[in-house]
Design a protein around this ligand. Structure first.
Ligand code: NAD
Length: 432
């Protein structure tokens, strides 16, 4: 997973080109989206606890800001590459446009195995990242957030470093911060809640009955845990769950909350990372992450890393519905195959947009200096998800497009509107 050279970025661009042409988007817009606006790669010196200095590689990509400042998370993972960061930044551009929030897309990452670092080393790395990026990001240019293996505490360190360098209070430079440092209520659960709301919208269209719907979730981190929890509260049966160490299966379903509590108790780096594996916790059958993806369940939720469903296993996927909670869990090359096999894919750019939506709310609150209630956050999130779902569903029905193509169509048309206001060839020299 996550280790695919340049393919992941080339695939992401190819998808935009294919869907953009099908949707009749101006070639000038597709040309603007073929490469990032700007990318910064930096060496991050970190003093290790043993006194030595290690140099990590960090990236930040501002992919496109036609609709507003760039926005996107920072990932700490051993398989981070520039190509992966660029693909994720392109997906953020699409995602912000799909849900109609006034942002472009960006992303960042550090190639590191954070589980090998001490807390102090993680703090120094987080601050080193922001020192390198402080002139590249900013509340009006590019606003980072958490992603895989980064969390609120890390966002707090980075915000603090930025404010120290700039000698101002600028909470809007980063989202997903601790509540006491200007974070928003509801940001921690936002990605999972947005996914849950999206699945509920689909369930209404499809007549799915929660109590009769079995679910497998790959990845039990921020996104995976909250979507599993909310689905179970609604009555869905969560029969399989996994983390990086393996997967568990129980045909009767798991109690998500107690699994989560157990995982919290067994973790080794409390307050920073969960290290315990769900495999050690309850009576269950142990399976592999690969087997989890191929289970005969009604709903499959990949919520870990990208590229887990590709030409190698797409034929063996048995779930009729896949809700992409991770970014890019399905390789672009198998979109067509899954569609032909009658599998409904609810695309990442909608399913996991709850995170960036509530990040947007956090930024708005920071700029206003006024904190919203949890109810306000949740109800505005629900409104944005259901209106985006409605627009996508209507293109899906009218034009017969798969949901991913419909979502990209909504997004590309919106980005096109922003780019076209400056004039394209059609405006300056007319059609020839
Ligand atoms: P996280 O760090 O909280 O959790 C990641 C989870 O994935 C952990 O449970 C980890 O054990 C598991 N994992 C890692 N490697 C794995 C492997 N090889 N096999 C199975 N599981 C593995 O990260 P997160 O924030 O929940 O992000 C998960 C996905 O959701 C990513 O694709 C991320 O880009 C996407 N996402 C997150 C947010 C957000 O707000 N956090 C928003 C949108 C999208």
């Amino acid at each position: 997973m996550g280790n695919h050279g340049n393919d992941v970025f080339e695939d992401a661009v190819a998808r935009v080109e294919r869907i953009g042409r099908e949707a009749g988007v101006d070639e000038a817009v597709i040309a603007a989206l073929r490469q990032p606006e700007a990318t910064l790669t930096a060496s991050l010196p970190v003093r290790m606890d043993d006194g030595s200095t290690r140099y990590f590689i960090g990236h930040r990509c501002r992919y496109n800001d036609a609709r507003g400042p760039a926005k996107g998370g920072i990932r700490f993972h051993p398989q981070v590459t520039l190509a992966e960061v660029q693909a994720l930044a392109l997906w953020m551009t699409i995602k912000c446009a799909v849900v109609g929030i006034p942002y472009g897309g960006g992303k960042g990452g550090v190639t590191v195995d954070p589980k090998q670092l001490s807390r102090l080393e993680i703090e120094r790395l987080s601050r080193a990242y922001m020192r390198a990026m402080a002139d590249f990001v900013g509340p009006d240019t590019d606003i980072p957030a958490p992603d895989v293996y980064t969390n609120a505490r890390i966002m707090g360190w980075m915000a603090d470093e930025y404010e120290t360098i700039k000698r101002v209070k600028a909470p809007g430079v980063i989202t997903g911060k601790p509540i006491s440092r200007g974070g928003s209520l509801g940001r921690d659960e936002a990605t999972g809640r947005g996914a849950f709301l999206t699945i509920q919208e689909l369930a209404r269209k499809r007549g799915l009955v929660p109590a009769e719907t079995t679910v497998a979730v790959q990845g039990f981190g921020n996104a995976g845990y909250h979507v599993a929890r909310l689905l179970q509260e609604e009555g869905y049966k969560i029969v399989a769950l996994s983390d990086s160490k393996g997967a568990v299966y129980s045909k009767d379903g798991f109690d998500v909350e107690s699994l989560f509590k157990n995982k919290q108790e067994t973790r080794k780096l409390q307050g920073v990372y969960c290290e315990g594996s769900v495999c050690e916790l309850v009576p269950h059958e142990q399976i592999t992450n690969e087997e989890l993806l191929e289970l005969e369940v009604d709903l499959l939720i990949p919520a870990a890393l990208e590229g887990v469903i590709d030409a190698g296993n797409a034929e063996r996927i048995r779930a009729p519905i896949i809700a992409e909670v991770a970014n890019g869990p399905i390789a672009a090359g198998v979109d067509g195959l899954l569609h032909e096999r009658g599998i409904t894919v609810v695309p990442d750019v909608l399913t996991n947009a709850g995170g960036v939506i509530v990040s947007y709310f956090e930024w708005v609150q920071n700029r206003q200096g006024y904190a919203w209630t949890l109810d306000e956050v949740r109800s505005r999130l629900k409104d944005l998800i259901s209106s985006a779902f409605g627009e996508i569903w209507s293109i899906h029905e009218k034009e017969g497009a798969p949901l991913r193509s419909a979502a990209y169509t909504v997004a590309l048309r919106r980005i096109a509107e922003a780019i076209e206001t400056h004039g394209t060839r059609a405006f300056f020299v007319g059609d020839s």
